[in-house]
Design a protein around this ligand. Structure first.
Ligand SMILES: [Zn+2]
Length: 63
C-alpha cells in the first residue's frame, strides 16, 4: 500500500498518508481539514528490491 507525502496548500503542513485505491483525490489536511493539498511523489515506499529482477534474469532453454 503506497504512502504518499502531502503538503497542505493552506497551512503548509507536511504530512504522510496511506492512500487506498480511489482515495487519492479525497485527502484532507489533518490540521485544518482543507482538501487543497499537494501530493509530493515520494518514492520512499517503493525502494524495495524488486527492481531489475524480471527483465534480466529470464531463464532460457524453456523447451
Ligand atoms: Zn492544512
Amino acid at each position: 500500500m503506497p504512502i504518499f507525502e502531502y503538503k497542505c496548500n493552506l497551512c503548509e503542513k507536511d504530512f504522510e498518508r496511506l492512500v487506498f485505491l480511489g482515495e487519492e483525490n479525497n485527502i484532507a489536511c489533518p490540521e485544518c481539514k482543507n482538501k487543497d493539498v499537494f501530493k509530493k511523489m515520494s518514492a520512499s515506499s517503493f525502494m524495495g528490491n524488486s527492481i531489475g529482477k524480471c527483465a534480466t534474469s529470464s531463464p532460457k532453454g524453456f523447451s
